[in-house]
Design a protein around this ligand. Structure first.
Ligand SMILES: NC(=O)c1ccc[n+]([C@@H]2O[C@H](COP(=O)([O-])OP(=O)(O)OC[C@H]3O[C@@H](n4cnc5c(N)ncnc54)[C@H](OP(=O)(O)O)[C@@H]3O)[C@@H](O)[C@H]2O)c1
Length: 318
């Protein structure tokens, strides 16, 4: 695995998507580095707007870029807002990567997703399985847009010698997650549902799907730490997965979340809802070789995520 020390110290570092869950975690993590953090509000620069992005980059000229802005959502959002997911994510990647190139940014990290791997690729998912088979249909538009971003980073590296790298995070959770009842990811959805059921004294909580799929979950501050580590130490065209290397069945995961939230009722499963990919675990061999491992346990991460949810919602802790 190519390894190249890159100095962040003293650089202007742009986090695209700084108000999002990952972007905010990156900003927290970068506060511990000697860098000048640069951000711009979406109301000022819509990253889908090429002219606005090019204009802002020409003025701000960030030296380092973490591209953590994207249209993101759970299975329902991905499956219903298909046009928005492909358009926004292609536009954001195309505009920011081209602007970084034109303005001679020193380094850029593109954040992809584990959804880019074929639905039936062997588990754990190795980086070299990208584009070897059909994608999970429910999030295909999002995955295609992410693959376009990865291929852009790769092409700019090969044609222009740009130091653009791509990382593929597993499912993330933590402070700043999206708790929308229909559009959230599984961790936020479960925290909210168990919390509301606890407050309402409900006897049963229905979880979508069969509960049999297995998923891997990474605490978002670990993710930010991995991104900073890779920004400093990795340079190459190969993708790098970011995960914990461990997965858990949704049935078991739901019990863990219920325990942390303090919900003591029953949990049942709505099998009419889609399951998505049967298993999604990343092979983290490359990441480990580059010297990084997650440090936050699932229990600790979920406790912090639940505390952040309660603080954000200003709901009473019980
Ligand atoms: N969450 C996960 O489980 C997960 C897993 C794998 C990969 N990822 C990747 O990690 C990255 C960050 O995800 P996240 O979970 O932090 O998502 P998030 O919380 O939804 O944050 C996304 C950010 O992107 C910004 N954004 C979206 N469209 C924009 C636009 N047109 N112009 C300007 N800003 C725009 C949003 O701005 P506003 O706040 O103004 O809306 C928000 O700050 C994404 O690339 C995602 O694909 C996430």
């Amino acid at each position: 695995m190519a390894s190249a020390p890159f100095e962040l110290k003293g650089k202007s570092v742009y986090v695209a998507g700084h108000r999002g869950m990952v972007g905010a975690a990156l900003a927290r993590r970068l506060a511990r580095e000697d860098v000048k953090l640069v951000t711009v509000d979406r109301r000022e620069v819509d990253l889908c707007n090429q002219a606005a992005v090019f204009d802002w980059f020409a003025r701000a000229r960030p030296q380092v870029i973490f591209l953590a802005a994207a249209k993101v959502g759970g299975i329902v959002a991905n499956n219903t807002l298909r046009a928005e997911f492909i358009y926004d994510n292609i536009a954001i990647a195309a505009n920011v990567i081209q602007a970084a190139h034109v303005n001679r940014a020193e380094k850029l990290m593109f954040l992809g997703s584990s959804c880019i791997y074929p639905k039936l690729a062997p588990q754990p998912l190795r980086e070299d399985t990208v584009l070897t088979g059909p994608l999970e249909p429910t999030n295909e538009p999002y995955a295609i847009a992410k693959i376009a971003g990865i291929k852009m980073a790769e092409a700019y590296r090969s044609q222009y010698g740009s130091d653009f790298i791509s990382v593929m995070p597993t499912n993330l959770y933590g402070p700043g997650d999206n708790y929308h009842p229909e559009l959230s990811h599984v961790v936020a959805a479960l925290i909210r549902r168990f919390h509301e059921a606890k407050l309402a004294g409900a006897k049963n909580v229905v979880v979508w799907g069969t509960g049999t799929p297995r998923r891997e979950f990474l605490y978002v501050d670990d993710m930010a730490d991995a991104c900073v580590h890779l920004m400093k130490t990795y340079s190459g065209a190969d993708l790098i997965n970011i995960g914990t290397g461990e997965d858990i069945a949704i049935t078991e995961f739901a019990r863990v979340v219920a325990g942390i939230v303090g919900y003591r009722g029953e949990i049942s499963y709505d099998t009419s809802r889609p399951d998505g990919t049967p298993r999604k675990l990343l092979d983290i061999g490359r990441l480990e070789k580059l010297g990084w491992r997650a440090t936050t346990s699932l229990e600790d991460g979920l406790k912090r995520a639940y505390a952040a949810y309660q603080a954000a919602a200003s709901v009473p802790a019980q």
